[in-house]
Design a binder for this molecule. Structure first.
Ligand SMILES: [Ca+2]
Length: 310
């Protein structure tokens, strides 16, 4: 019985690798045999393949996928879903491939892009300079996400909140690539994006990395840590106008945790801005924001932080 199931799983694995653009190695599928939840999932997946069609699960953010991209989601057919990309990465023994996966950080089932080769990060933002995706969006669009998960996108403040407010501590990674393909990284540990009732306020811990700390350092006289989120239709910033509406060369800033206004803004479509690392003189081509559990327990009590907004 087990051997039969095992061979079915390997067939499924091979089929998937050939047809769905690579997911997990056979060795990593075999490692999953010890985890009961995945057996049912794999059986379901096999049935799904035999039936030659799969009903795509009711992910809340399917608007970030084109219909032809549904088949690119690498873990369809499950009964229970991982909370984030890192759980999938762990289950695969670090062998999972980059790509689209269904995750369920809280109540909502969503699709996210997982940066597995970097260690199981859930990508929450990606932008290419002069993107065709418009980042000048409303509160509700930033809340529920926009763009294309396979390209430039904002996963959604709602899901950023769900992920980072889980019982485990999360960290944030910012990855910047300049026009000469030089990559810089920065990580904040921990990170919390508060709920909508708190206007998705950003809470950041200690920074480390090769990039400048542009969110908690005050070198530009702007602090993004502890700021509420602002969009063109909801002004929560500390400027007399709405920072999200201020234009540079005709392009508004987009939604962000503005102060009055910004020492960093990864959502301005024509200039990715990160203090001296990325700006209009030193152009950056790509940016990513991603989150994953930090490996530390949740010992920081954001709620009692006495630091006020500027
Ligand atoms: Ca304002």
């Amino acid at each position: 019985m087990l051997n039969g199931l095992l061979s079915n799983m390997l067939i499924f694995s091979q089929f998937n690798q050939q047809n769905f653009g690579h997911i997990l190695t056979e060795a990593s599928w075999m490692r999953m045999i010890g985890t009961g939840g995945w057996l049912g999932a794999l059986q379901l997946s096999i049935l799904c393949l035999i039936a030659a069609r799969c009903d795509f699960p009711p992910a809340k953010n399917v608007h970030l996928l084109q219909p032809e991209e549904f088949k690119l989601v690498l873990n369809q057919g499950l009964q229970e879903f991982p909370v984030d990309c890192h759980e999938i990465w762990q289950m695969s023994g670090g062998q999972a491939w980059d790509g689209l996966y269904l995750i369920q950080p809280a109540g909502s089932l969503i699709v996210a892009y997982c940066a597995m080769q970097e260690g199981g990060w859930t990508v929450v933002q990606h932008i290419t300079v002069n993107s065709t995706v418009d980042f000048d969006r409303t509160w509700d669009e930033y809340k529920l996400g926009f763009g294309a998960l396979t390209g430039d996108h904002w996963l959604g403040n709602n899901y950023l909140h769900q992920l980072t407010s889980r019982p485990v501590r999360y960290k944030l990674r910012v990855k910047l690539v300049d026009k000469d393909a030089v990559t810089k990284m920065g990580e904040y540990d921990p990170v919390l994006v508060e709920g909508e009732e708190s206007q998705y306020r950003l809470r950041l811990g200690l920074f480390q990395g090769t990039a400048v700390d542009a969110l908690t350092q005050d070198t530009e006289n702007y602090l993004h840590d502890n700021q509420k989120f602002t969009t063109k239709d909801r002004d929560n910033d500390n400027y007399f106008q709405n920072c999200a509406q201020l234009e540079f060369q005709g392009v508004p800033g987009g939604g962000w945790w503005y102060d009055a206004c910004a020492g960093a803004n990864l959502n301005r479509r024509n200039v990715i801005y990160w203090q001296k690392d990325c700006n209009k003189e030193h152009l950056c081509k790509y940016a990513w924001m991603m989150v994953k559990p930090s490996g530390f327990s949740k010992g920081v009590h954001f709620g009692s932080c006495p630091k006020d907004e500027l």
